[in-house]
Structures are given as structure tokens and as C-alpha cells.
Design a protein around this ligand. Structure first.
Ligand SMILES: [Mg+2]
Length: 272
């Protein structure tokens, strides 16, 4: 009886996975033999950092910035954060440390940490469109509006019941503007509206054309729907992809939680 229950639980767990890849938690030593030939690409929220009720409440656990800085050194600078957050936001979270990054879902990119001139930014979203989208936050208390300039994000972790109403309102606005070059990005308790034409994947492709990333084998870790575009292009670059919290389609392995990712990264520095 006991084992029957366990089997049922296991079956249930199995159906949560996207594909039938072997159930392997990655082993650092076997998977990343040469840091000097690897580019380490990391999503932030839900991957490096635990998710919090609002995006402003995330915090960097002790040791993580040091691990990232040491990995940056060991890869000759080929470590980048790949996030939906703006560059500004990323810097506030990790201050005083500054990392190379693909930010704003590919809308911004920083290739060198010592020169602001190397950062590129996408054009801002149309003002009138932004005004209409911003009004959606009035649907319910707890919907937080974030203006990144080139995109607008509606966070509803504090108002999960409003999800359907948010997406319906966004659809209505989009239907009014059939030719506007915008797209809707669904995430974990966030709906983001941005210019079409750039994604985390287009950002990573561009990043990998530049030193010190060029010619290296990328290793990407991410957790959310928007990270799937990056999982999908890893094979083109002979790269490795890992998901967090679930086994996403086409990945080489997965981690249960951000704490496991942090431990994995620390072990890369000292595989013993
Ligand atoms: Mg994430």
C-alpha cells in the first residue's frame, strides 16, 4: 500500500515534466571541464535568486556575488547575467558589483563592465501605448507597474486573481493596434509588453559574437518561459542548457531550486 502511494506520487511528479530526459542533477566536474573555454550565462530571478512577493524584495545571499566575481575572473570575463530586468535594476541588486549582462529581455546589453559606452539600449515604448497599458494596474490593488522605458511590466504576484483580467485588457489594447510592433511576454506572475524583435535569445546570440564570449561554449541556466528561447538556441552553439524548478523541454538537466544553482556555481570553482 505504502509503495503504491509512492508510485502514484512519482507518476504525478513525472507528468509535471515537459519531456522524458533522464532525471539528472548536473555534476559540475563532468559537465564543465574547462572554465577557460566556457561562457557562463545566468538568469537572475528564480535562477540565482529566490522569488519574492514583489520584484523589489529579492536579495543576494552571502557569497553569491563573490562566486560570480570569481567565475568572471576564471572565465576571463565570460560571465553574463541574462535577465528581463533593466541594467539599472540589476546593478542595484548586485551593488557594488557590476557584471556583464543581457538585460530587459535582450533590449539592453553590457559587454564591458568598465565602460558605460559599451551598453546598448532599445528605443522607448510609445507614450500613448504605455499610458493605456499602465491603466491596467487599476484593475486591482496589488498589481505593480514597472516602467523599463522600452517595455512595461505588470507584476501581479500580490493579486493572482487578476491574471485573466490583465491578459484580457492587454489583448483589447493590442487588438486596437494590430500593426504596432509589440509583443506580450508572459512570466511568473508578470505580464510584460515590449517591442517585438528582441528576446533573451537574440540578446545571447549577439553577446556570443563578442569578446570575451566569442568562440566559447555557452552554459545557460534559467527558469521561466522567456528562458525557453535561450534553451532552444544552445544546441546551435554546442551549448548546455539547464532549467530550474522544472525540467523544461530540450535541456541537459535541471536544478530543483536557486539554492542548488548557487551550490553548483560555487562547486565550479572548486570541483573537489
Ligand atoms: Mg527567471
Amino acid at each position: 500500500m505504502k509503495s503504491e502511494l509512492a508510485d502514484m506520487a512519482l507518476d504525478k511528479k513525472r507528468t509535471m515534466f515537459d519531456d522524458d530526459a533522464p532525471d539528472v542533477v548536473p555534476v559540475p566536474h563532468a559537465l564543465v571541464p574547462h572554465l577557460d573555454e566556457t561562457a557562463i550565462l545566468l538568469d537572475i530571478d528564480g535562477t540565482l535568486l529566490d522569488l519574492m512577493p514583489t520584484p523589489r524584495e529579492v536579495w543576494v545571499p552571502p557569497g553569491l556575488s563573490e562566486t560570480l566575481s570569481r567565475l568572471t575572473e576564471r572565465t576571463s570575463g565570460a560571465l553574463a547575467l541574462v535577465s528581463g530586468r533593466s541594467l539599472n535594476d540589476i546593478d542595484l541588486i548586485f551593488a557594488p558589483d557590476v557584471f556583464r549582462a543581457v538585460a530587459g529581455h535582450g533590449a539592453e546589453m553590457r559587454l564591458a563592465v568598465d565602460s558605460e559606452a559599451d551598453a546598448v539600449h532599445a528605443p522607448p515604448l510609445d507614450k500613448e501605448l504605455k499610458r493605456r497599458l499602465a491603466a491596467i494596474a487599476k484593475l486591482s490593488p496589488g498589481i505593480l507597474l514597472e516602467d523599463k522605458g522600452y517595455s512595461l511590466a505588470l507584476h501581479y504576484r500580490l493579486a493572482p486573481h487578476a491574471e485573466k483580467a490583465i491578459y484580457e485588457s492587454v489583448s483589447l489594447i493590442r487588438a486596437d493596434l494590430p500593426s504596432a510592433p509589440i509583443e506580450v511576454l508572459p512570466g511568473k506572475f508578470v505580464c510584460e509588453i515590449k517591442h517585438s524583435g528582441f528576446t533573451k535569445a537574440s540578446g545571447v546570440r549577439e553577446l556570443m559574437k563578442h569578446e570575451p564570449f566569442k568562440g566559447r561554449r555557452p552554459l545557460f541556466i534559467g527558469d521561466d518561459v522567456t528562458d525557453e528561447t535561450v534553451f532552444a538556441i544552445m544546441p546551435d552553439m554546442d551549448g548546455l542548457a539547464f532549467s530550474v524548478g522544472r525540467r523544461a523541454m530540450g535541456v541537459n538537466g535541471h536544478f530543483d531550486a536557486p539554492a542548488d544553482v548557487r551550490m553548483f556555481l560555487a562547486r565550479l570553482l572548486d570541483p573537489r
